[in-house]
Design a protein around this ligand. Structure first.
Ligand code: SF4
Ligand code: SF4
Length: 167
């Protein structure tokens, strides 16, 4: 199965789980609490990025198609649970590439996902690392660490929730 077909299959699986269980999941207090905490951590990271050179540099990359680290094949890092989390956050998952030779989830305005694989949140190219400098990089690590931990907690809770449904 090629990479695009593989991720499309996972997207359909996530959409199926969403249509079958989202109502029940969103009535579960632990799931909603973890979802809210994860969303808050994501917005915190995003606002941190806005206040540094990250957003500007990465948007420029996405628009010029030069050197972006969102290359084709990166979508393969996403499983149905992380995709389901995006659906629970109200993200519309694309089924086709907007940009040739790039990750399925990137468009002209950058990444279309909210819940992202740790590499996507944590990776800074050497040029960007140089621009940011050591102090900002250290501050970013703490903020990003909180986001990754909040995402991990929600993923575990959803896996257990589905396991209890024999899924
Ligand atoms: S991390 Fe670097 S290579 Fe990746 S999108 Fe941002 S500026 Fe471009
Ligand atoms: S940040 Fe988004 S668009 Fe870029 S590689 Fe990760 S999932 Fe794909």
């Amino acid at each position: 199965m090629n990479t695009l077909k593989k991720i499309q299959t996972r997207i359909y699986r996530a959409e199926q789980l969403y249509s079958e269980f989202s109502k029940e999941m969103l009535e579960d207090t632990r799931i909603t609490l973890l979802l809210a905490e994860y969303q808050q951590a994501i917005y915190h990271t995003k606002s941190y990025f806005q206040n540094t050179e990250v957003v500007e540099a990465c948007s420029r990359c996405a628009q010029t198609n030069e050197g972006s680290c969102c290359f084709e094949g990166m979508e393969d890092n996403y499983d149905h649970i992380l995709l389901l989390i995006n659906l629970l956050m109200g993200v519309n998952l694309p089924h086709e590439r907007e940009l040739n030779n790039h990750c399925l989830f990137v468009g002209n305005k950058g990444c279309k996902l909210l819940a992202r694989y740790y590499f996507c949140v944590n990776y800074f190219c050497p040029a960007l690392e140089n621009t940011l400098g050591e102090q900002k990089m250290n501050q970013l690590s703490t903020v990003i660490g909180n986001e990754i931990f909040a995402g991990w907690e929600l993923e575990q809770a959803l896996r257990n929730w589905l396991r209890n449904k024999n899924y």
